[in-house]
Design a protein around this ligand. Structure first.
Ligand SMILES: C[S@@+](CC[C@H](N)C(=O)[O-])C[C@H]1O[C@@H](n2cnc3c(N)ncnc32)[C@H](O)[C@@H]1O
Length: 204
């Protein structure tokens, strides 16, 4: 482990020769580390409390990956003529899985929370996946027809979007939350408390 003693010697040298330079180095290094850790904790914590409401901005998606990929492979002979849209994308974890697993016509993550969109865009600066991150209320956004829409949003949100004809000619995958009064085309077992991935094939 050469870098650690080297790093220590640089700091020691700075400390013995120029105290203000050493303070500057210490502050820079530990300040950056602290900021990075705070951002990481904030993202992992996933729950943001705002005034009187608590919004879940992200969930773990490892256990959803398998059924998600299974559905795409079963329902789509090819994906390159379809758009992929994650609505209420949070940190766009499923979007990244979709982007690395298949070729799409376009890949879009729509999210209301500014910070989540900011972090997702930042992460993608070095991942460089062909994802468009849109900071918008989903009710102000027109989902392109011929899309695979992935959602982990509530029943009232999904029902309202359906009433607005938001899913025209789309294949909708909804984690946990089923539409009221619409029989799913398919359902998949998901591990953990989320239990089900509902599939609605609205394609013509
Ligand atoms: C349960 S999280 C799901 C996050 C991510 N899709 C996942 O599976 O981990 C729901 C997300 O929807 C976002 N959201 C809630 N209402 C929204 C709206 N009207 N328009 C866009 N996003 C919304 C929240 O900010 C939150 O990030």
């Amino acid at each position: 482990m050469v870098p650690v003693p080297l790093f220590y010697r640089v700091l020691e040298h700075a400390y013995t020769t120029d105290r203000s330079m050493a303070a500057f180095l210490y502050l820079g290094i530990f300040g950056t580390l602290a900021l990075g850790m705070a951002l990481f904790a904030f993202q992992q914590l996933s729950v943001i409390a705002r005034n009187d409401r608590v919004v879940l901005v992200s969930s773990q998606v490892g256990h959803v990956e398998k059924p998600f990929l299974k559905v795409i492979k079963k329902y789509l002979a090819s994906t390159d003529d379809m758009n992929f849209v994650e609505i209420g994308a949070g940190y766009a974890k499923i979007t990244r899985i979709a982007a690395t697993s298949f070729q799409w016509k376009s890949i879009i993550a729509v999210e209301l929370d500014f910070f989540a969109v900011f972090v997702s865009r930042l992460k993608n600066r070095w991942k460089k996946l062909p994802i468009t991150f849109i900071k918008s209320d989903i009710f102000d956004y027109a989902i392109p027809t011929k899309s695979v829409v992935y959602s982990y949003m509530s029943v009232p949100v999904m029902n309202r979007l359906l009433e607005n004809n938001a899913f025209e000619n789309c294949l909708v995958l909804s984690l946990t939350f089923a539409f009221d009064g619409v029989e799913p085309t398919d359902e998949y077992q998901v591990k953990g408390f989320q239990k089900r991935l509902y599939v609605y094939d609205f394609r013509k």
